[in-house]
Design a protein around this ligand. Structure first.
Ligand SMILES: C[S@@+](CC[C@H](N)C(=O)[O-])C[C@H]1O[C@@H](n2cnc3c(N)ncnc32)[C@H](O)[C@@H]1O
Length: 159
């Protein structure tokens, strides 16, 4: 299975990089894992609603450029659907059973995802109503993907 994260902006903080690298290493026994970073749109502190939409749309176009038709896309959205780790693990297992070998997860930039990206997504995941920084979201998500594979492998990692 191929797992791809599409994310906006470069990850600068060493502590996030180290955490993600650890889970990326652990994932190698279950899947091919890649992270694709698309450039963020430079935006001043205060923007009108129209300007914010424009930023999200530009970033959204860059995200959509990286998605192929065959990919099953999860968008990360605060208002998406919450699931448990066990439910997520079962979902991934079923997708594999039904021939989806390319799973793509999309994390928005500091202003969020464009409507076009949300529309392209096959499923929408929420980690609850808290707003997480997009860099931290990468780390939380990669751990949950690893946890899902460990649950499906019957590992005691998940308690
Ligand atoms: C700083 S947040 C963007 C906040 C923006 N106001 C919004 O509502 O999307 C950056 C990205 O991290 C992801 N994210 C942050 N918190 C999340 C949560 N609780 N559940 C799912 N995704 C989340 C989303 O992909 C979001 O686009």
């Amino acid at each position: 299975m191929n797992i791809k994260f599409i994310v906006v902006g470069k990850l600068k903080e060493k502590y996030f990089k180290q955490g993600i690298a650890e889970y990326a290493k652990r994932l190698t026994k279950f899947c091919k894992f890649t992270i694709v970073e698309v450039p963020d749109e430079k935006a001043p502190e205060s923007l009108s609603d129209a300007e914010m939409s424009e930023v999200k749309e530009k970033e959204g176009e860059r995200i959509l450029d990286k998605i192929k038709d065959r990919e099953y896309v999860y968008s990360l959205e605060i208002l998406g659907k919450e699931r448990s780790s066990e439910e997520f693990a079962k979902e991934i297992d079923q997708l594999a059973t039904y021939g989806h070998s390319d799973l793509t997860f999309v994390i928005g930039g500091s202003l969020g995802l464009s409507p076009a990206v949300m529309k392209r997504a096959n499923a929408h995941i929420s980690f609850g109503r808290f707003t997480l920084p997009h860099q931290l979201m990468r780390l939380v998500l990669v751990e949950q993907v690893y946890r899902a594979f460990m649950i499906n492998a019957g590992s005691p990692y998940h308690k």
